[in-house]
Design a protein around this ligand. Structure first.
Ligand code: S3P
Length: 432
């Protein structure tokens, strides 16, 4: 019988210190995939330590890409690029819990001469894949699925470029189609309903491809060759979100985060936290392969409520769980709208946040596309569930810091999907 693990989080007085974060998960996935289909070696320093990016590396190995990890306190991955033609895998491509791996890799294997089968864990097997199946089928791949859900059996083909208007704002789908477009004949044009994170575009450019963007449309010509790169991946801003929200809970907090990703399509979090009262200073701004990187220094102050809606909900989709988890402590509370996508993440994150907040004694209104959480509430320590979702485990470890009494979180090991060292680091910076 599997015994479930649990962690106890005690209240804190402030959050202080320096946090160095492992490389951004979104960038790590893309660099690992592109390094595999590039020519020549790549060296990726500060690669994400999360299990999701390990799933991507595992799949690339199954596709014939050799890579090695060097760990001298930093996660360095050296990849031998195979070029655009990969090897037929002799096993299933196991994407684990990672929607990014399954969706983006689909675009690469769709352009190969062989068939592959992509599988995932229980949570990933429930997630919608028709958003990649439809356009990749239009490009010429043959894909079998379980009614639009994994596993995906993809028979690759010589792909044809498409002109595609994406019905859902999804950076994973955009990257999938850019990768497929790179392997296709002709110019692929992708239009997104909202501007989503642009790591796919920047990564392709970093590896030497040429892309054109105008407004919300991006074009890529097929047949371009990629060259390996040596680089250092900036710290993950979605992991930083947990520490920034933790710092925002206490007026005495002082936190420094060097080498953090500041890509404008990801940094909306900083504007929202500034509106909520966190004092934020950015220093040493730099650009690495098109990605902005900076050092952040933050200080706590009051904690104000806010509304997250429209394009902000898409831009903050990974950070809404932790913002909502601290919402009850704000003065005016928080309203989240237009965030229906949260229901099809690693868990139904709207339901998971509402459930845990209620266990802590909070009043919450759960809506189809979001949440309304009144401010000025006192939460009490309780027994909570991670629902097997890394961001829910970490979000409620943060909420627990300002609760009355201890909080027990079941299934905290799911944090390792994006950030294995999270709980250790939290203990180091939470002053009791
Ligand atoms: C990601 C895009 C987002 C995000 C996910 C990572 C990416 O998903 O939630 O954690 O790296 O492109 P969607 O593309 O489904 O919006």
């Amino acid at each position: 019988m599997k015994t479930e693990s649990q962690v106890v989080v005690r209240p804190a007085r402030s959050v202080r210190g320096t946090v160095r974060l492992p490389g951004d998960k979104s960038i790590s996935h893309r660099y690992a995939m592109l390094a595999g289909i590039a020519e020549g070696p790549s060296c990726l320093e500060n690669f994400s330590t999360g299990a999701d990016c390990a799933s991507t590396l595992g799949c690339m190995r199954a596709l014939g890409v050799n890579w090695e990890g060097r760990d001298g306190g930093e996660n360095v991955i050296e990849v031998e690029g195979r070029g655009p033609t990969l090897y037929a895998p002799d096993r299933l491509l196991d994407c684990g819990n990672s929607g990014s791996t399954m969706r983006m890799l689909s675009g690469i294997v769709a352009g190969q001469k062989f068939a592959s089968e992509l599988i995932g864990d229980e949570s990933l097997s429930r997630r919608p894949m028709e958003r990649v199946i439809r356009p990749l089928t239009a490009m010429g791949a043959q894909i079998d699925s379980r009614e639009g859900k994994p596993p995906l059996r993809i028979q690759g083909a010589s792909l044809r470029a498409i002109d595609y208007e994406m019905p859902v704002a999804s950076a994973q789908v955009k990257s999938c189609l850019l990768f497929a477009g790179l392997l296709a004949e002709g110019v692929t044009r992708i239009e997104e309903p909202l501007r989503t994170r642009d790591h796919g575009e920047l990564a392709l450019r970093a590896f030497g491809a040429h892309l054109e963007r105008s407004g919300n449309t991006v074009r890529i010509r097929g047949g371009q060759r990629l060259r390996g790169i040596e680089t250092r991946i900036p710290g993950d801003i979605s992991s930083a979100a947990f520490f920034l929200c933790a710092a925002a809970l206490f007026p005495d907090s002082e936190l420094t985060i060097p080498g953090l990703l500041m890509n404008p399509t990801r940094a909306r979090l900083l504007d929202i936290l500034a509106q909520m009262g966190l004092r934020i200073a950015v220093t040493q701004l730099d650009e690495v392969h098109g990605e902005l990187v900076g050092s952040l220094r933050v200080e706590g102050s009051g904690l104000h409520g806010t509304t997250i809606a429209g394009a902000d909900s898409a831009a903050l989709i990974d950070e809404i769980p932790v913002l909502a988890a601290i919402a009850a402590y704000t003065d005016r509370g928080m309203e989240v709208r237009d965030a229906r996508e949260l229901r099809v993440k690693e868990s139904d994150r709207i339901a998971a946040v509402a459930n845990n907040l209620r266990r802590m004694g909070a009043q919450v209104e759960e809506r189809e596309d979001g949440l309304k959480i009144p401010g000025g509430q006192t939460l009490r320590g309780a027994e909570l569930d991670s629902f097997g979702d890394h961001r829910i485990a970490m979000a409620f470890a943060v909420a627990a810091l300002r609760a009355e009494g201890e909080t027990l979180i079941r299934g905290p090991e799911s944090a390792a999907i994006s950030y294995p060292a999270f709980f250790e680091t939290l203990v180091q910076v939470a002053e009791r």
